[in-house]
Ligand binder design. Structure first.
Ligand SMILES: [Zn+2]
Length: 234
């Protein structure tokens, strides 16, 4: 596996036309790109707000109320354990027209797992989300802690999920204060992009995230930047 991963990573920076070796029983060399732009593209005056680690019975309802007040649809990157614990919140997310993203079952960084463990955690999360919201379309996959591996991206893509990263990191999980979260967004957002924020877990205080999200959504509206979904590669 190490050989395949190394070659795949090299391929991302190498010239087109490099022939990669494949190792039987491992992911193939082709790795789906991790998108960091909106469906209408960078510089398009659109944003995709992505909200990670929920659902949380404390914070997710506040975030959903806020999104409704702003008339914005977001992408929720759900942890399977939390979807299993709070199926009613998964149902509300779907009912209110937001996008779903698989954020693995237990939020373990894929780079620390075997390929089989990665696949099992991705599949288990999809199963937990579907148990809560049968038939719901899980459009995206995001690796915990940005721990991207070719196995995880490949498996997600095989399951019809687009791997998504972000272009604007608000660093709200550090709880640096509402003003700092807002300034982080202002510094990094230019013309269009995928914004990273958090609504879970319940043991974490996301009150700053909720307050900053209100300010960020107002600022985007004031600048005529409209909501969008992350891009899906064909
Ligand atoms: Zn996360």
């Amino acid at each position: 596996m190490r050989i395949t991963r190394t070659l795949t990573r090299l391929c991302a920076t190498a010239a087109v036309g490099v022939v990669l070796l494949t190792v039987p029983g491992t992911a193939s060399a082709a790795t789906p790109d991790v998108v960091t732009q909106t469906a209408t593209g960078s510089g398009s005056q659109t944003f995709a707000l992505t909200i990670d680690d929920g659902p949380s019975p404390t914070w997710t309802p506040q975030v959903l109320d806020l999104l409704k007040a702003h008339g914005v649809h977001a992408t929720f990157c759900l942890i399977g354990d939390h979807a299993q614990a709070y199926p009613d919140l998964v149902q509300r997310i779907v009912a209110e027209g937001h996008h779903l993203c698989n954020h693995t079952m237990h939020h373990i960084n894929p780079t620390t797992q075997t390929p089989d463990q990665q696949r099992a955690d991705i599949q288990a999360a999809s199963d937990a989300i579907h148990a809560a919201a049968p038939g719901a379309n899980i459009e995206y996959f995001r690796a915990p802690e940005g721990g991207w591996t070719s196995d995880a991206t490949q498996y997600a893509a095989q399951q019809g999920m687009q791997p998504i990263g972000w272009s604007v990191d608000t660093e709200d999980w550090r709880t640096p204060g509402v003003d700092t979260i807002f300034q982080n967004y202002k510094r990094e957002f230019s013309g269009g992009g995928v914004i990273l924020m958090h609504d879970g877990s319940e043991e974490n205080d996301r009150s700053q995230s909720v307050a900053a999200m209100d300010q960020i959504l107002s600022d985007l509206a004031n600048n005529n930047v409209t909501d969008d979904a992350p891009a899906v590669l064909g």
